[in-house]
Design a protein around this ligand. Sequence first.
Ligand SMILES: [Zn+2]
Ligand SMILES: [Zn+2]
Length: 281
Amino acid sequence: MADNSRNPDTFRIILLGTGSPRPNPERQHPAALVQWSEGGEDGQMLVDAGDGVVGQLLAANIPLQQVQNVALTHMHWDHILGYPAFVWGSWNAGRLKLTVTGPEGTSAMHHQLVESYYREQAEWAIDLGFPRPGWDDVTVRDVPVGWSETIADCLVEAGPVYHPPMHALAYRFTYRGRSLVVTGDTAMCDELIAFCQGVDVLVIDACAAAPSPDLPPERRRLIERLHEFHASPQDCIDIAAKAGVAKVVLTHHLPGVTPEFDAAGYTGEVVTGEDLDVIDI
Ligand SMILES: [Zn+2]
Ligand SMILES: [Zn+2]
């Protein structure tokens, strides 16, 4: 297994979960880890924390306590079910602080799913010997489109997506002249195309694949409606082409669906993301 515990001099994304809400033994719920490092200083940020995130971080050989930054794209359950498990698991592994960034609703989610429900159990764990800072030194902030921060020399910016009715964000990472956008969930939108302009790697929601004709009509109707708030694989290629993206990575896949698209008008590379893929930027 690759030793991912210390980042080599690199800038990369590890796809931890490439699935969609529908349970799938081959794909966990959405989550990815962005890592950057040069000359000893390094940073990493977990983007989304769907169900299975803790097991996938361990499967990728990432020490949980090293992950001290989380960025959430939106509060749909498939992107946050693993969040309380991550807070507990990383604290159990020795994490002492945590900064969580996300759109409107993030602080309320943390309060309801972690602080409110588990405070009493956390105090009991602290009494047992867990370090108090790992629970109390947690900063959670709701940020708007346009927010940015430099973390260990990497510029992290929040950008626009279209995923009604949710408040939702994409994140752009710029490090040593290279750049990455992770969209979270989104339908096609011009603001996203502008936000991804010229990036080296775009990891994007391709959930709105055409339903198989053998599905029952009600299931087909449901999948067709996904296009109102998710991109289709073809939309992803078109966004990448319009934005001049060098490599587009399709994620958020439905079980049993192979993304279909015509990439004739796109000169970049198309990758269908799989769980635990490591993509250098
Ligand atoms: Zn969503
Ligand atoms: Zn989703």
